[in-house]
Design a protein around this ligand. Sequence first.
Ligand code: OSB
Ligand code: MG
Length: 381
Amino acid sequence: MTDHTVAGRPVRAPLRIDGAELRLVRLPLVTPFTIATGTMHEKLFPLLTLKADGLEGYAEGVMDPLPDYLEETVSGAMDLLRTVLLPQVLGTRIETPHEMARRLEPWRANWMARATVEMACWDLWAKALDLPLKTVLGGTGEAIDVGVSLGIAPIETTLERVGAHLEQGYRRIKLKIKPGHDLRLLEAVRQAYPDSHLTVDANCAYSLADSALIARFDAFGLDYIEQPLAWNDLHDHAVLQSRIRTPICLDESIRSPEDARKALQTDAARVINIKVGRSGGHANAVRIHDLCQAFSVPVWCGGMLESGIGRAHNIHLSTLPNFSKPGDTSSSSRYFHRDIIEQRLETVEGRMPVPAGAGIGVTLDRDVLDSATVFQESFSA
Ligand code: OSB
Ligand code: MG
């Protein structure tokens, strides 16, 4: 079956997807996480294993239980995976993960559900090549720069958290904001930490009518303002960018390379937060990365409070060259008492080591996973 080589390695191709396991996993959060749209107390997510030729590829879905970040939901994605996407791919052969991405492309939206299948394929593919995921994606390096995303909390609490994370060496602090929780917070944090690398994320909480208020953020030397306006409104972000000096970074608004192209061409974004799990998978994430590079627009890797499986995917992707700003892929122990993987994904002085070994380089801790699993279904070709 070895019919070609990649990076000098024989490829076991085509890979035949001969089985799958879909779980719904629940992990309590160490600290509840509050953003403009609400508070998360636990992380509930689909965990997918795709099997081929004795290998296993892993990925998790990044959708929330409710359609509060974007339209997709955990229950909707579980249903689509069980009844449509997994039956579509089981028993089929794939030459490359790009081919899988293309096969899932005709489905409208559902970027997160499609990403779950596509990302598991990349892990499988890299394992079949016995190469780290970063290498097959085109990345290099042993570690990536990371920052932290701090949820909405009383200003005193936030000041303590900023200090603690700066002391741990995190390279950027992102503060979640919303109307009524913005200027006073920025004044306090800037005064206490005048030289810190600071950004804010509004998760769509403002409108163009708030332009004058948002323009006042210019005084705080923020590296960027993340997703101030509606998730589906590139136009108003372009208008806002023309009224403020601080660069706008888009998150929710960028699902496809086409979204990225339009944002770049209209100056609706001067920075882009790439979340592979939000964008249909690694093939799209790499395309968005490359497009941004062509426009001299830097990118960074966002997070969705992922378990070690999604976190490992994010870390590998972050080794591509245009990921030139610290990502949100911080230590697993900030989120979970016990993660579902055997390795520890912990930062050292603001740098996250890239897991070594083939594929995503992390393995499931079956005991922790079994006790965190609330639903489980196996599929065979
Ligand atoms: O907007 O980036 C976001 C978490 C959940 C939903 C949306 C967002 C976030 C984060 C946390 O900012 C990033 C992380 O620490 O994983
Ligand atoms: Mg965001």
